[in-house]
Design a binder for this molecule. Structure first.
Ligand SMILES: [Mg+2]
Ligand SMILES: [Zn+2]
Length: 188
């Protein structure tokens, strides 16, 4: 783990969705309907704090259930839209949700660990990825961020063994701690 991180940060945070913003579905499953979506403890307040400190927040999520034919694209888009509405109602703001619907076998350029969604967000929202933070709960999130020079933060959700061997710059327990860290780093 490299705690030196990068010199210079902008107020941009890229968030994985499942396991960071909301409670992760079991391995090999997905959140298929809004009724199954549960915000992680403290996540809404963490998002509110990011907005209060002038951050741009984008969500970057793999949802291969669409490409596998397990869920309609419209249903997944509905979940993302309702998530953004709930975040806004709590005083936060999500500037964009970027979703890869493709199965791994398609070998698309957007599915994490590839950085295609980071590139798209950077183009559309206008930021420099190497000055952004990326928060994820899986090494494929971290790898995507490292590919573009993001400062990377691994969220363990209390399962610290999940971060063993991770190349992330930082390891924290949850999104709330990630935001504490980001606010310290931009203040330095
Ligand atoms: Mg995740
Ligand atoms: Zn894709």
């Amino acid at each position: 783990m490299d705690t030196k991180a990068t010199a210079g940060h902008d107020r941009v945070v890229l968030l994985d969705r499942d396991g960071v913003i909301n409670e992760s579905p079991p391995e090999g499953s997905w959140v298929f309907h809004w009724a199954e979506f549960r915000f992680a403890p403290g996540a809404l307040d963490a998002l509110r704090r990011l907005r209060a400190h002038g951050f741009t927040v984008a969500v970057i999520t793999n949802q291969s259930c669409v490409g596998r034919g397990l869920a309609p694209l419209a249903e997944m888009q509905d979940i993302n839209a309702r998530m953004a509405e709930a975040v806004a109602a709590a005083g936060g703001q999500i500037a964009g949700v970027y979703m890869c619907p493709h199965p791994r076998v398609m070998d698309c350029s957007c599915r994490k660990p590839k950085p295609g969604m980071i590139d798209q967000a950077a183009r559309e929202l206008g930021f420099e990825p190497s000055r952004a933070f990326l928060v994820g709960d899986a090494e494929r999130d971290i790898e995507a961020g490292l590919a573009r020079g993001c400062t990377t933060i691994f969220v363990t959700n209390g399962q610290s063994d999940r971060a063993e061997g991770s190349r992330a710059h930082y390891v924290v327990a949850n999104l709330s701690e990630a935001v504490d860290l980001v606010l310290r780093l931009v203040a330095d």
